[in-house]
Design a protein around this ligand. Structure first.
Ligand code: CP
Length: 303
């Protein structure tokens, strides 16, 4: 494997290998002992054409924990602002020969395009509504740490399934790893087709939540909608997670959310902050060992 462009290109064995290495880094970060020179003399170029807090920062910390140098290219201060086009910008940057590229772009397949021109591994940090593979890996690591397994888990993803790359990558990864995945969304936010026939689709929490071990909520991806498809208030009323609904429909379920969380729309504060239910900050923390694993396995020299 040269690049990490999407979960669609991985089989269960390859996903398992990433998760195993991520768990090793998770343990190593706790004990304070890992190879801090694994990526010494490597330069990682971050090409983020879209905003990010978690992905960009955790990739940078992960690279630095492994001894790499990181260059954060910024579209707003780049020559794109002077009229240089995307292809010339990419060709310019790859000709500087970074050892790895982590990129995010609003266009479907942009990382694959860059991978076709780069002489180094390209890691997808999110493209359009297509894929966000490292988010799905860190979510899976979080589930495996909490439940001790992924196979057989009942995971219900609630929210804007149609526009979410997190939903896309998670549906694929979790199904490939043997979880039972359901999705819940208003009809206007449900895609016409789902990646696997085993995935069940519902249009109400009352139908989709019972039996769930994990409820993962997603924000409304308004930047990918031509016009508002549902108001925040209407969404919260029908699909927002409240303490009361969870107690009634799936009292055992753990709550996950990839971020950014939009409070008061996806869930009420008491759910997000419930230490018994919420795995949200654990997900964020797991971004570091997961991305260390990905960088190690793709950019690190073969031992
Ligand atoms: N989950 C996620 O991708 O968050 P950021 O947009 O902050 O990177």
């Amino acid at each position: 494997m040269r690049h990490l462009l999407g979960i669609d290109e991985l089989d269960a064995g390859q996903i398992g290998a990433f998760l195993t290495r991520a768990q090793e880094y998770s343990d190593a970060l706790k004990s304070g002992s890992w190879n801090t020179e694994r990526l010494k003399n490597k330069v990682i170029l971050h090409l983020f054409f879209e905003n990010s807090t978690r992905t960009l920062t955790s990739f940078e910390i992960a690279a630095k924990r492994l001894g790499a140098d990181v260059v954060n290219w910024n579209p707003e201060t780049s020559s794109l602002a002077k009229g240089e086009n995307f292809i010339d910008t990419v060709d310019t940057l790859v000709s500087m020969k970074p050892d790895g590229i982590v990129m995010r772009h609003s266009e479907y397949g942009a990382p694959k395009f860059v991978a076709s021109r780069a002489g180094c591994p390209v890691i997808n940090g999110g493209d359009s509504w297509r894929e966000h593979p490292t988010q799905a890996l860190l979510d899976a690591l979080t589930m495996r740490q909490h439940f001790g397994k992924i196979e057989g888990l009942k995971v219900t993803i609630v929210g804007d399934i149609a526009h979410s790359r997190v939903a896309s990558s998670n549906m694929q990864l979790l199904t490939k790893m043997g979880a039972q995945v359901s999705v819940v969304a208003p009809k206007v936010l449900m895609p016409e087709s789902l990646p696997f026939k085993e995935i069940k689709a519902y249009d109400s929490l009352e139908d989709g939540l019972p039996g769930a071990d994990v409820v993962m909520t997603l924000r409304l991806q308004k930047e990918r909608m031509d016009k508002a498809l549902i108001s925040d208030a209407a969404y919260f009323n029908e699909f927002g997670l409240t303490f009361e609904k969870l107690e009634k429909l799936c009292p055992q379920a753990m709550i996950m959310e990839p971020g950014p969380l939009v409070r008061g729309v996806q869930m009420e504060d008491s759910v997000a902050e419930d230490p018994q239910r919420s795995l949200i900050l654990r997900q964020v923390a797991n971004g570091i060992p997961t991305r260390m694993a990905v960088l190690d396995m793709l950019v690190g020299d073969v031992a």
